[in-house]
Write a protein that binds this ligand. Sequence first.
Ligand code: F6R
Length: 364
Amino acid sequence: DKAGHKHFMAKEIAEQPQVISEAIGHYFGAGQSEIRFPSDQVDFTGVSRMVLVACGTAFYACLTAKYWIEKLAGIPVEVDVASEFRYREPPVGPGTLALFVSQSGETADTLAALRYCKGKADRIVSVVNVTESSIARESDVALPILAGTEIGVASTKAFSCQLLVLFVTAMEAARQRGLLSADRQADLVSAMRGLPARINLALDAEPVIEAVAQELAEARDVLFLGRGQMYPLALEGALKLKEISYIHAEAYASGELKHGPIALIDQNVPVVVLAPRDALFEKSISNMQEVMARAGKVLLVSDRAGLGVAGEGLWRSIEMPGVEDLLAPILYAIPAQLLAYHTAVAKGTDVDQPRNLAKSVTVE
Ligand code: F6R
């Protein structure tokens, strides 16, 4: 049942204020900033390293979590795609907490990577949507993302809920290690509680995004740029676009532009820049100007403050509401998803069942 939407993907994008709010309700009591986390089963104090392993969109959620965990909890984090991790025979020993992220909980490579870590890592934690799945069953602790059934092959609401639960995990790790003051914790929880309303505002940008998508649909190649925690989101935006619209899209960390990809820039390559006005904003803007100086067409996704100082010469812009810096990847996932969705609709591709793809990849 698409609840009046043209596609399951559209329905699932629109459900995000609701499912994010349910996940927040699960991990925090009403009106409280205390984290509801199985702390007795997951000890972050003796951990010297974390490995985060997943595939596809879930892998990009892990890449985002690396920024959060390292920043808030000071634990070194390694992130790998499951198909590489499992065959590389990486050293995993005492002091390692292994964490696996999977919507379906059945992805063959992720499950194999989990089994590889059994008996080697201190603890095996999973972040799953399907709680009766193999990955959930075989881990010591399974943290539910509570996104509800996701039918569209392109993951949307599961991604934002994965991010939310990974952020809660980073907060809990920081708290256990004495690195999160009660005040900071209360501030972050209150910012999280403000997310559903902000996601609604982001969804209000849909008509603007739909108009941009009509033009994006003409492109042969699209670049996505982001810095810091927005870099993994650029990767996710590019994946979303290529998997459902079949337009070639690539993502780079903004600072990498001049090390090669800038050679691709001309008036035919739209460049999507994901840059809220945070501590790295000035750097992103200077990278963006390098693109514009080469006639590149820049679509800037930022907040009012960012768009206000970004200057002249943008091809298009999409305005997001302001949000706590650390939570921006969750909010900016919405325009990335809508952009891919409307571009695919404009091209007339099969949005919910893109060619060659399956929802659950149970063979390697
Ligand atoms: C992309 C997408 C895939 C999955 C990947 C992992 O939109 O859906 O990249 O994220 O196949 O699947 P799960 O999370 O079920 O392990």
